[in-house]
Design a protein around this ligand. Sequence first.
Ligand code: NDP
Length: 294
Amino acid sequence: MSNKLIDGKAIAAAIKKEIAKEVAALIDADKKAPHLAAVLVGNDPASETYVASKERACKEVGITSTTYRLAEKTSEKELVEIIEFLNNDPDVDGFIVQLPLPSHLNSDKILEHIHPSKDVDGFHPLNIGRMQLGLPCYLPATPYGVVELLKRSKVDIDGKHCVVLGRSNIVGTPLSILLSRKSNYGNATVTLCHSRTRDLNAIIQQADILIAAIGQPEFVKGDMLKKDVVVVDVGIHRIPDASNEKGYRLTGDVDFDSVREVVSKITPVPGGVGPMTIVSLLQNALSASQKKIY
Ligand code: NDP
């Protein structure tokens, strides 16, 4: 089994070393360390955990990180003022506004206030448009991480049928664009599926590469798949489990146990896509400080 596993943790660790080396080179050249800021509104526990992991990861590679913690009741005007402040702070190379935002704030409207040159989450319409056109841009972290995982695991996607389950703006849709782009790691034939897709099982059965990002625990079963398919599991869920000392276990959108025998390669949960997401954000922060894109 072990040679089938795409080890996201190990690949992310290797990329972190590359980033740390580049950060050290900046400092040796008397330049400042990259500075990544995060704005966290409210007390969503998953967001707290994610921001804490980002802070840890920044520290590991020598990137300066600052987190702005704002109260749940923060108004749109107050949040936009912080965004404008960060847009204009020459010390901050890039920043993110952690999603989801409390329900009284419209995230699409808020994200448009981030200056595209500092939008290291790649969610601003300008960065999304540039991605679509194949122009230099910040790529959204999870899709960027998935592409990097496949590339570094030497999965050939050229001309292959890649089925993406889920069309969210942060995962499925950008992935479908990246994998089908006319570029040196692209050229896949992509089918993007969602909750209205008819005959989903017949489409899944045709996949050479299957990417599951639908937010449904263990949805993909082994008997749905073609032999030797490559499976990337983006999903992450906590399932209550009394036999586990933590009281829960982590699982993905793929039923790992039934799928493992059928696949040629698979990402585990945890330790697959998750670690790559944070590392991709670090890569964007480094690019921002090196002015590689804007
Ligand atoms: P969303 O809930 O935003 O989107 C889910 C998508 O899946 C939608 O397009 C929806 O269709 C589709 N869908 C839902 N149920 C079905 C179904 N039964 N059949 C076909 N399509 C379906 O999810 P995200 O993209 O934000 O996240 C997906 C998963 O990835 C989640 O488990 C999330 O926790 C995880 N995740 C993991 C990350 C990581 O770093 N590892 C980062 C981001 C997300 P429709 O559009 O029609 O509603």
